[in-house]
Design a binder for this molecule. Structure first.
Ligand code: SAM
Length: 480
């Protein structure tokens, strides 16, 4: 069977496979790359992704190394309106759309509505003209999938799941139970953690047993698992785990790692015992846990009341090493202060103004820069005014006479100091590149994209039997 691009993406993008388009830092879009058969959406090029950065035919994104920059293309928009109509009718007919269509429609929302719905010549011209943009094409990973997946529920974000997977000891060959599946964010991260390719004889295949009781979410997730070629490694069951527990066709999945993202984890815990909690002598009772390994669990709950109930149930059921963690993840945005605001004596290690003379000479240097920049901007302003032939001084005098701006104007004093602006790479007479000017400023980003929850961890040791004891005694080194 085809291996999931989430697990082994290969070196280049492939047709009929999932790719993630990165439009800007936080704007990621999943797309299923289609063969350029010329049938899609009426474009001669085949399927096309339209964004505010231009149009990107799938044909330009197939067979390229992951991480490539893709330039926008001119596309033939001739028959697009007709085909859009056909697509609408088709989805009306079957009452559902395939995910490729959904993905495309999502990307179409990126374009202005006029670009998408209006097939007038003017709009076509606009699209053809817009060929300057670019995007990057990334392999699907749990991290980018978490940032781009269609949300059906609250999801677990990367800072939380990376810590959870580490603490519950998910590793290649582990068998993991997860409930509920929700939008599949955790499922994608956990399947990568347990994936062990082709296990050798006697070695277990890493697997995720996932449970979801909401029917639509169950179907949507099943469809996604198939599309991502993960359905042989993630076994999804439609079930209420509070009542139904975690067995698969009455058999134990023999799990040793468990993650519960449920409103009431304590109601599911009694199924995760080694013996029937109501009758420990019950020989018929089947545990979903691996009898040969300690089980490591994490529950994810937003409220402390839920934590209290969970911890209480864990204690009663024999779980040990119980502790709670809250991940307080924070992103930092780092940039440099604009030139001109930073004339203080304290200029950092490589660039310190040691005395007043040096400070003055820097001031002169920067003023000269401002003047030059102001003159350049003025020149372009005046070009718009239509008097290109006048010299700078003359033009300034003229303006002053007219009673216009007396100086270069406040606008002119600002140097566009983005690191990627052409000025940024010019060096000052001191040899310091412009982009290195200014003090480094770091701010915490106000928007923290994590759903903060309390993580409760615990361990359920294996049952220590007479056989274990005999084996331990016989072993040269004690078995722990
Ligand atoms: N961890 C998921 C992710 O990263 O995308 C999100 C899980 S979401 C917050 C919780 C899910 O648990 C919901 O989809 C809900 O339908 C499901 N759920 C709630 N109670 C359940 C139960 N008793 N059995 C199975 N699933 C349940």
């Amino acid at each position: 069977p085809k291996i999931s691009p989430f697990l082994e993406p290969g070196k280049t993008t492939q047709v009929e496979s999932l790719a993630i388009l990165q439009l800007s830092r936080d704007n990621l879009q999943p797309v299923y790359l289609k063969a350029p058969s010329g049938k899609h959406d009426g474009y001669a090029e085949g399927a096309v992704v339209n964004t505010r950065y231009g149009s990107f035919p799938h044909s330009t994104m197939i067979g390229v190394p992951w991480g490539s920059q893709i330039r926008a293309s001119k596309v033939d928009t001739g028959s697009r309106g007709r085909n859009n109509k056909r697509k609408r009718n088709k989805s009306d007919d079957d009452g559902k759309e395939d995910s490729a269509t959904v993905a495309e429609e999502k990307t179409e929302q990126e374009s202005t509505p006029a670009e998408v719905n209006d097939d007038s010549a003017a709009v076509a011209k606009k699209i053809v003209a817009d060929v300057s943009g670019f995007i990057h094409i990334l392999p699907p990973t749990p991290e980018v999938w978490t940032s781009s997946l269609p949300h059906r529920t609250q999801v677990v974000y990367t800072p939380d799941y990376s810590y959870v997977l580490h603490r519950i000891r998910a590793r290649p060959g582990s068998v993991l139970i997860e409930a509920g599946a929700g939008s599949g964010s955790f499922s994608h991260a956990s399947v990568r953690a347990v994936y062990n390719g082709y296990p050798s004889e006697g070695e277990r295949k890493g697997k995720v047993y996932s449970f979801e009781f909401h029917e639509q979410r169950f179907h949507k997730m099943n469809q996604e698992l198939k599309e991502h070629n993960l359905n042989s490694l993630v076994h999804l069951t439609h079930r209420d785990v509070y009542n139904g527990g975690f067995l698969i066709d009455g058999k134990s999945p023999e799990a040793e790692a468990i993650f519960l993202d449920l409103p009431a984890p304590w109601e599911a815990l009694h199924h995760l015992s080694r013996r029937n909690p109501k009758n420990p002598e019950d020989k018929e009772w089947v545990s979903p846990l691996n009898p040969k390994k300690s089980a490591h669990i994490c529950t994810f709950s937003p409220c402390i009341e839920q934590v209290t109930k969970t911890v209480s149930a864990m204690r009663r059921l024999g779980w040990v090493d119980i502790d709670m963690v809250e991940i307080a993840n924070r992103k930092y945005h780092t940039s440099r202060e604009r030139v001109g605001l930073n004339l203080s004596m304290d200029r950092g290690v490589n660039n310190s103004a040691r005395d007043v003379d040096e400070a003055l000479s820097r001031l002169t240097e920067i003023e000269a820069r401002f003047r030059e920049h102001a003159a350049r901007s003025k020149e372009s302003d005046d070009e718009v005014d239509g008097d290109e032939d006048d010299g700078l001084i003359k033009r300034r005098e003229k303006k002053e006479q007219k009673g216009g701006r007396k100086r270069g104007g406040e606008k002119k004093v600002k140097i566009d100091h983005k690191p990627d602006s052409p000025e940024s790479f010019e060096a000052l007479p001191s040899g310091v590149p412009m982009w290195m000017e200014g003090r480094l400023i770091t701010r915490g980003e106000p928007e923290i994209k994590t759903h903060t929850s309390y993580l409760v961890f615990a361990t359920l040791p294996i049952e220590w039997t007479e056989e274990n004891e005999a084996a331990a005694a016989a072993a040269r080194h004690p078995v722990i």
